[in-house]
Design a protein around this ligand. Sequence first.
Ligand code: HAM
Length: 459
Amino acid sequence: MGTGAGGASVGGSGSDQRVAATAAASPASAINPAVPDLPPTVKGMNDILSPEVSKWQFVEEKARSVLEAFAYRELRTPILEYTPLFVRSVGEDTEVVEKQMYTFPDRDGQSVSMRPEGTASAVRAYLAHSQWTREPVTRWYYLGPMFRHERAQRGRLRQFHQVGAEVFGLAAPTVDAEMIAMLVAMLVEMGIKPSDLELAVNTLGEPEERASYREALRGYFSNHLDKLDEGSRLRLQTNPLRILDSKDPDIQTLAADAPVLLDLLGDASKRHFEAVRSHLSALGIESVVDTKLVRGLDYYTGTIFEVKARIGDLGAQNTLGGGGRYDRLVSSLGGPEVPAIGFGMGIERVLLALAEPAEEFEPVLALFIAVLGEKAQAWALPVAHRLRMEGVRAEMEHRQASLKSQLKRADALKARLALIVGDNELQSGKLVLRDLATRQQHEVTEAELEGKIRQLVDF
Ligand code: HAM
């Protein structure tokens, strides 16, 4: 069994894949000096436009197709929830609830929060719809914006987007392995090499085991009070596990010698964790045990995990996704005892880890219809419409412009073909279809048009 320091990849050896910067993840608000009075976007919240949006759509489509292959169904929940939902599930003493939530009184005076994550809402929906009475196992996924008032920087936003998955009703270690494998598969399908991913796993055991571990940690850190900063001293009382998560190098050194939860676990917890790791190996997924991995949300029990990217300059923001078991959350919110496990994956971070420039994800414009004169324009409108309804991506000119400028526009749009239509072509019924890459021209009738386009353009 390895430790956190080792850094084994999910599978295979390292690579030198580089990462391109994308505006999608830039923390800068869009300010346009040409429109000086326009309010900027809220810090850490970005517009997403083309070509970046194409890369987003690619990531979302890949995620959906993997999730659907694992038989997950989409769940859509509101962005606003009553604040106590997050306080009771994510936990009062967590950074997220203490410092990062967008919380405000609704106009009727009730405290509402913009969701900082998706698990709490999924569990609320599970309970609200008595989902356990409808089916023994519920597999849900979601895609959408989450909100945390964090220090905005590369890969860390205040409105960020997650793909998340949650499964309710299954306790076996095979499910933990399946869930982790699904996250890895998603990232690999998106184009990240397994060798550029690093999977860290740990277990938090049962709440009772964790309680005695907390005491062991309190004992250890109390002997080193002088080395703790103010925040860590506070955590010593509230949640000493979070000291293990500290970014302060001195505290990290101190934490390196702290007692390890894994050593204090009972047989059942140990066996479950070992089984998860061996199922992962059977799936060809290497995992590294990181005994300092605690995750920042209070609902976890048992297996927890994070997948980091080794590529690019994501810095401390290189965790692409993370999750774990939360077998007690459904019951702690008033429901039956239903085991559950899930993960959240940050879309912005995945985009930063994907080297290909956004332009490469743009859809192909099959046809640009250049029209000379009003008659041609009137002819082109229903023709373009029919082609579009047949799935041919097409644009036509609606302005009066010279053929030269229309063809320039077709090139700028990276159209594959241009159809050139003027009075002569309409009269003779012989249309000119030009391949904009090879400059080859083809004479076609209106009836032959769609077939010829399909022959020349790969859809
Ligand atoms: P989380 O670790 O807080 O877990 O977030 C999951 C992922 O969301 C992170 O690994 C990261 O990629 C992304 N993320 C988080 N905060 C930001 C941010 N400010 N900017 C950009 N990306 C961010 C959860 O949210 C849990 N609900 C996961 C889970 C589901 N556990 C069980 N089920």
